[in-house]
Design a protein around this ligand. Structure first.
Ligand code: NAP
Length: 290
C-alpha cells in the first residue's frame, strides 16, 4: 500500500499493545477495499489517556480503538458517547467528529454478530455467564437487551457480580441478571444452558487453567462460547465438547468488533466475503487452529 499525503491514520491506544491483532484486521480491510488508510498501535502510559486523545485530535486521526486499561477512563475525554457504550460504561472505538471524538462499544455488537453467525440465540435463553469484569459486564448487558430469559452471573468475587447485576437490571428495567459466587455452580437449576466464558482464566500461557473443572457443570452446557481466542481451544472449550456441547472461541468477536469499528470510520459495510478473508488471515496466526 502506498502511503501519501492523503493517507488517513487510525490506531489502537492501550497498554500493552505489542500483541494486538487489530493492525492485521484493519490494514487487510483497507487493502481489500482500496481505502487510503493505515492502522498502527500506540502504547500509552498509565494515566495519560486524556493526553493521547488530545494528541489524536490535534493530529486529525480518523479513529482509534481503545483497549485495556483505558476503556472506562477514556470516556472523560470524549465529546459524545453512543447510548449503548454509555450504558455499558466502556468504550473501545473513537470516531472523529468535527469537535473531537464520539465513543462507541463495538465489542458487544461484535460478540453479537459472532454469535448470530454461529446460529447462537440469546432471546429466551437461560445463560451462564462466567466473570464480572469489563468484558462480562458488556456481555451481561448484551444478553439483557437481546431478551435473555435469565443470566446466572458467576464470579470469584461475588460482590462484583452483585454490583454489575444491579446496574444492568436497573438499566434494562427487569431482574434478568442473577449474581452468584463461582463455587455455587451446583445450585444452578436443572436444564441446559448457553455458557459464556468471560474470565481471563485459561488465557495463554496458562492454557491448562479452567474456571470450573467439575464434569457435572459441563453436562449442563449445550453451547460454550469462550471470549478467549489464545489458545485456539481453551480447556473450557475442550470440557464443553467432551460433554457433547458445541464450543467456540473469541476470535470472531475480535474480528467483528474490528469490522464494526472499520465500518464506522470509513462509512462502509464490510461484506461477509471480505470478513471471511480477514478471518482466515487471523486464523493463520494460530498454529493449533482447526
Ligand atoms: P477483567 O476486567 O480483568 O476481568 C477478569 C475476570 O476474570 C473477572 O471476573 C475476574 O474475577 C476473573 N478472574 C481473573 N483471574 C481469576 C482467577 N484466577 N480465578 C477466578 N476468576 C478470575 O478482564 P476483561 O477485560 O473482562 O477480559 C476477560 C477476558 O475476556 C480476557 O481473557 C480477555 O482476553 C477476553 N476478551 C476477549 C475479547 C475478544 O474480542 N474476543 C474482548 C474483550 C475481552 P474477579 O472479579 O474475582 O477478579
Amino acid at each position: 500500500m502506498e502511503i501519501n499525503g492523503k493517507t488517513r491514520v487510525c490506531g489502537l491506544i492501550g497498554n500493552p499493545v505489542e500483541h494486538t491483532l487489530s493492525p492485521m484486521i484493519h490494514n487487510t480491510l483497507a487493502e481489500i477495499l482500496g481505502h487510503n488508510m493505515v492502522y498502527v498501535p500506540f502504547l500509552v502510559e498509565p494515566g495519560r489517556v486524556a493526553e493521547a486523545v488530545t494528541g489524536a485530535k490535534a493530529l486529525n486521526l480518523l479513529g482509534l480503538n481503545v483497549t485495556v486499561p483505558f476503556k472506562s477512563d477514556v470516556i472523560a475525554s470524549l465529546d459524545e458517547i453512543d447510548d449503548l457504550a454509555g450504558n455499558i460504561g466502556a468504550v473501545n472505538t473513537l470516531v472523529r467528529t468535527e469537535s473531537g471524538y464520539k465513543g462507541y462499544n463495538t465489542d458487544m455488537e461484535g460478540l453479537y454478530r459472532a454469535m448470530t453467525g454461529e446460529g447462537i440465540r440469546l432471546d429466551g435463553e437461560q445463560i451462564i455467564l462466567l466473570g464480572a469484569g469489563g468484558a462480562a459486564r458488556a456481555v451481561a448487558y448484551l444478553c439483557a437487551v437481546k431478551g435473555a430469559e435469565r443470566v446466572y452471573m458467576l464470579n470469584r468475587t461475588p460482590g462484583k457480580a452483585q454490583t454489575v447485576a444491579a446496574e444492568v437490571n436497573r438499566t434494562v428495567g427487569r431482574e434478568v441478571i442473577l449474581p452468584m459466587a463461582t463455587e455455587e455452580y451446583g445450585k444452578l437449576p436443572e436444564g441446559k444452558f448457553l455458557a459464556i466464558q468471560g474470565t481471563s482464566v485459561g488465557l495463554a500461557p496458562h492454557v491448562d487453567d479452567v474456571i470450573i473443572s467439575d464434569d457435572s457443570f459441563y453436562e449442563k452446557i449445550h453451547t460454550g462460547f469462550d471470549l478467549i481466542y489464545s489458545p485456539w481451544e481453551t480447556r473450557f472449550m475442550k470440557l464443553t465438547r467432551a460433554h457433547g456441547g458445541r464450543a467456540y472461541n473469541g476470535l470472531k468477536m475480535l474480528l467483528y468488533q474490528g469490522i464494526i469499528a472499520y465500518e464506522l470510520w470509513n462509512r462502509v459495510n464490510v461484506s461477509e466475503m471480505d470478513a471471511r478473508i480477514v478471518y482466515e488471515k487471523l486464523k493463520g496466526c494460530f498454529i493449533d487452529a482447526d
